[in-house]
Design a protein around this ligand. Structure first.
Ligand code: SF4
Length: 189
């Protein structure tokens, strides 16, 4: 029989995370998909904070995501702004209460405690899981939503980060955000 150990471990950790979120008193009013959208918007850059970016990242239908974003807006957890150049496009930003909520929740206590007890091996595990994710994304040909600093278009111009794809300067903090246009450096020809 094919070895399912890795899958079993990942599935168990996912299920523990789901249970932890479901039981958390701060999340009594929030559905899992709404929390996922908030976590994505907290981590993505200004090219990716659109309803389509959320849809692609979560891999759900436009209708489902649209309903969730409306609910988040009604709860005062996200705010919409019109794109300065394309009036049909909107950007989504977390409000201060949403940032405070995620700050209080993440990372889940049980996971942080387990990782801390592993010490240096916890850091090694992060690296190995990141490698596994990149391997899966490469072979499945799916958007990587990787960190800007690791993108093949990321460069420094006059000492500042710069996007070679959009030909626009980036803010220093952008290097640590995820992007829907990201392409891994090793994919470059
Ligand atoms: S350098 Fe890559 S990841 Fe960064 S903003 Fe440009 S396309 Fe996105």
């Amino acid at each position: 029989m094919t070895d399912t150990t890795l899958f079993d471990l990942l599935e168990r950790l996912s299920s523990l995370t789901r249970i932890w979120f479901r039981q958390h008193p701060l999340l009594a009013e929030l559905q899992p998909i709404q929390l996922s959208a908030l976590m994505y918007l907290a981590r993505c850059n200004h090219y990716s904070n659109t309803p389509l970016g959320v849809t692609d990242y979560l891999g759900l239908t436009k209708g489902t995501v649209s309903q969730s974003l409306k609910a988040l807006e009604a709860k005062g957890l996200i705010a919409k702004t019109q794109d300065a150049r394309d009036k049909r496009s909107v950007h989504l930003a977390l409000t201060d209460p949403a940032r405070a909520l995620l700050q209080a929740l993440l990372p889940p206590d049980f996971l942080a405690a387990g990782e801390a007890r592993m010490g240096e091996r916890g850091v090694q595990l992060q690296g190995l899981l990141g490698e596994l994710l990149r391997e899966v994304q490469r072979s499945a040909d799916v958007p990587s939503f990787g960190l800007c600093a690791s993108c093949r278009f990321h460069r420094q111009v006059d000492g500042q980060p710069f996007c070679g794809l959009t030909q626009e300067p980036l803010a220093p903090a952008d290097a640590g955000l995820i992007c829907r246009e990201h392409q891994a450096a090793e994919v470059a020809a």
